[in-house]
Design a protein around this ligand. Structure first.
Ligand code: FES
Ligand SMILES: [Fe+2]
Length: 445
């Protein structure tokens, strides 16, 4: 039975709707041995805030695996399989030592690489500790986030930062928000600028700024890093161009939620770099940084006290409001999580405005297939460990000349985005000036 049965012939088609047919769900599953899980194990992912791993071990679940993250008394970070290799007691109850962590039950002590250092109850000649190695993963720390790599050691990619992270004078404010849904539907929100018009502005209240309510002209482009969306809005005498990054598979960058397009600005870097780290098939975390630097936030509108564990300084990113309030004024968390624990692509009806989401999904499908077939993934084009990206906000004073200036907005968006793409190989420190000079040459400012 076709999913659109009855579309031409009246309503009441409930019975005839397709039941779940998740042909592509395998790509979104995250356990070891699944196609999606093996793919996602080819990337570094942030897994916890540094502040969660101080004087006690921290139990986490990442990509469906139960793990413990800890900092030993020597200050080294470790990430081990949660259950002790002896008889399975959870290492969340372990004791931190100068070197490694000891299981509380019989004292087996593990180094950060999983080497068993002691089995104190065993006789002196016991060889268990050389015969057994506990499961461990490499971790590293940057800007208040702990990152882990969960794939085969021989396939480990280099760790990277984006250029937005290393803007001069930048402060990194880490945050972590748990979402009760599959990771992909949380991530694909980054390529859906149209939801800002409705969810964040017109449907209930103005959640960010009134300007998000202007229906933008949207363009999507495939890049070597993923997809970028360009949303261009007419705001009075100004034109506001917002470019968002999707970095395949699960990183996104975008500008501040308070932007309203009222002040001229050129190539202002993003206010947020965030990953969507899978916890398991139906839970994930939004984890990343709010950026604060003199270019993106000259008036220091950031509210640092609201940024951290299960909190961030913009509306609707958690379920921590009364249910009725969330029904009356739903936010991102409510819209994304309520797409079901794992959205069912076979039951969707994608429209023109979902083109970016279709592109993003295709990139992931191709990556999943490449890992499955052993052809491998293309390495990221890093320079000194830093990735040049595209997200920015530009606001130009360009008074409207005709009643419908949709074509003008599209052209401005294309010009601005084209310059951003052309500038990609300029040195990180010079790229913004290059873009501004090119924009001046174009006569748009
Ligand atoms: S269960 Fe951990 S040492 Fe025995
Ligand atoms: Fe949103």
């Amino acid at each position: 039975m076709a999913d659109n049965a009855g579309a031409q012939g009246g309503g009441f088609v409930g019975y005839h709707k397709a039941v779940e047919r998740s042909e592509d769900a395998e790509a979104r599953r995250v356990a070891r041995g699944t196609a999606g899980g093996e793919y996602m194990r080819r990337f570094w992912h942030p897994i916890a805030l540094s502040g969660q791993v101080r004087t006690l071990p921290k139990r986490v679940r990442i990509l469906g695996e139960d793990l413990v993250v800890f900092r030993d008394l020597g200050g080294r970070l470790g990430c081990l399989h949660l259950h002790c290799s002896h008889r399975g007691t959870s290492l969340e109850f372990g004791v931190l030592t100068e070197r490694g962590i000891s299981c509380c039950y019989h004292g087996w002590r593990y180094d950060i690489d999983g080497t068993i250092l002691d089995t104190p109850g065993e006789p002196a000649g016991s060889t268990i500790k050389v015969r057994v190695c506990h499961g461990a993963y490499p971790v590293r720390e940057h800007g208040g986030l702990i990152f882990g790599y969960f794939g085969a050691p021989e396939a480990m990619p280099p760790f990277f930062l984006t250029d937005a992270t290393v803007v001069p004078g930048n402060e990194l404010h880490p945050y972590l928000l748990t979402f009760d849904c599959n990771w992909l539907q949380a991530h694909e929100n980054s390529m859906d600028p149209i939801h800002s018009v409705f969810l964040h502005t017109r449907v209930s209240n103005v959640q960010f700024s009134q300007s998000f309510g202007a229906l933008p002209v949207v363009r999507y482009r495939q890049t070597e890093l993923g997809v970028i969306s360009t949303a261009v809005r007419r705001i009075g005498e100004n034109v506001w161009v917002r470019v968002n990054d999707d970095l395949t598979p699960n990183v996104a960058q975008f500008g501040p939620p308070w932007e309203d397009g009222s002040q001229e600005k050129l190539f202002v870097p993003p206010a947020i770099t965030r990953w969507i780290t899978p916890i398991d098939d139906t839970h994930c975390m939004t984890i990343g940084w709010r950026h604060c630097n003199p270019i993106v936030d000259p008036q220091r509108r950031i509210r640092t006290a609201e940024i951290g564990l299960e909190t961030v300084d913009f509306f609707g990113q958690t379920p921590h409001r009364p249910y009725e309030d969330r029904q009356r004024e739903p936010g991102d968390w409510d819209a994304q999580v309520s797409q079901r624990p794992m959205s069912i692509h076979a039951l969707e009806n994608l429209g023109t405005t979902d083109m970016g989401i279709a592109m993003l999904r295709k990139n992931i499908q191709q990556g999943v297939l490449a890992v499955k077939e052993g052809t491998g993934l293309k390495p990221l084009p890093l320079r000194d460990g830093v990735l040049s990206t595209y997200a920015h906000d530009t606001v130009l004073r360009l008074p409207q000349k005709t009643n419908d200036d949709t074509a003008v907005l599209a052209e401005v968006g294309d010009t601005v985005t084209g310059i951003t793409l052309d500038s990609w190989s300029a040195p990180h420190g010079e790229r913004r000036q290059y873009c501004i000079a090119r924009l001046r040459e174009s006569g748009l400012c």
